[in-house]
Design a protein around this ligand. Sequence first.
Ligand SMILES: Cc1ncc(COP(=O)(O)O)c(C=O)c1O
Length: 414
Amino acid sequence: MQRRAAALPAGVGTTLPVFAVRASGGIVEDVDGNRFIDLAAGIAVTTVGSSAPRVVDAVAEQVGRFTHTCFQVTPYESYVAVCEKLNALTPGDHDKRSFLVNSGAEAVENTVKIARYVTGRDAIIAFDHGFHGRTLMGMTLTGKVMPYKQGFGPFAPEVYRAQYSYPFRGTGDLASTLSFLDKTVGASQVAAIVVEPIAGEGGFIVPEPGWLAGLSAWCQDNGALLIADEVQTGIGRTGKWFACEHEGVVPDLVATAKGLGGGLPIGGITARAELVDQIHAGGLGGTFGGNPLSCAAALAAIETIEADGLLDRAAAIGATMLRRLAAMQASNPRIGDVRGRGAMIAIELVDADGSTPDPELTKSVAAACHSEGVLVLTAGSYGNVIRFLPPLSISDELLDDGLGVVEKALATRL
Ligand SMILES: Cc1ncc(COP(=O)(O)O)c(C=O)c1O
């Protein structure tokens, strides 16, 4: 940690001050031999598990053949295969095209570029509690100021912020959001709505049923595009390939990353063919996007989800977490809300009044979990959410152990 502090800026944060040497099967091991139960999956990345066997084999095989050509210079088949998979797996049976980038933020940036290009409009709608990355457009779209935006302005122009549906707090109903779009922004100005189907960094907020579908219908009625940021929710995390499916919503553009690469960096943009095909050659892409190692890993990760029935596993893990956490909530009034979908579940911690956010309690519960060997993450605009994102390779026994530690940490902090 001393070397880290001397060599890195403080702006790159640390959840847990340990150094990993290996990870797999729901365990992260550090240099001192401490073994942590992993309820974080590297922030929803190692959905198939860290060093999942198919991913390891595919990457090892690829690294010996070639490491990089730049797809736009000399194409290779695996990139095309990942795009075919994204086209097949994303919601809707319309004609689609995909291309690959390096990260979630880059994927979202590209969806906005495409939306503005094809609509000829400027305005982009984002939401409070939203998170879309740390690039200029990513942080502009992001709702939370500290730490993501503080001091980093000015931001990209023509981004308007609406209220996200937040059932526990009773804010962001569909009618007022649509009225904001019509009256304050102007329907004819809107190129796209960028929305997470479940707000990830915002604290796993599941919007009211019908809210997402209402946004989608508004877009269709007004010539705007619906961009689903499925960077955190996508690729099986919620028990379906994409979280929009829970609401029967078919977005015009989908941004993916995180779980797609099975631990290697890759992001994807999937768009309606008739839209993205309008864009001139060279307007999209990048040097590293869809690197051959990442493509090999992505194909292996997707195969693992398919072959090992991991969508069902995500649903089962979610059911276990919801059951255990709801039981804790019944005897603990400081757990204001238990929510989420599939292997993406969170608790929102509040004061004794049942609603005022309690970020101090949240920090203290998370720290207690860490010192007892369970890796959890906090989230939420008010810093009062603990989120659980186990890899889908975790055993029932480890998950139970981990939740037991969470239960104890909560019970001793009432
Ligand atoms: C919904 C969402 N969008 C975008 C991003 C940014 O992804 P990346 O950190 O890969 O740039 C994240 C990362 O947490 C995310 O959760």
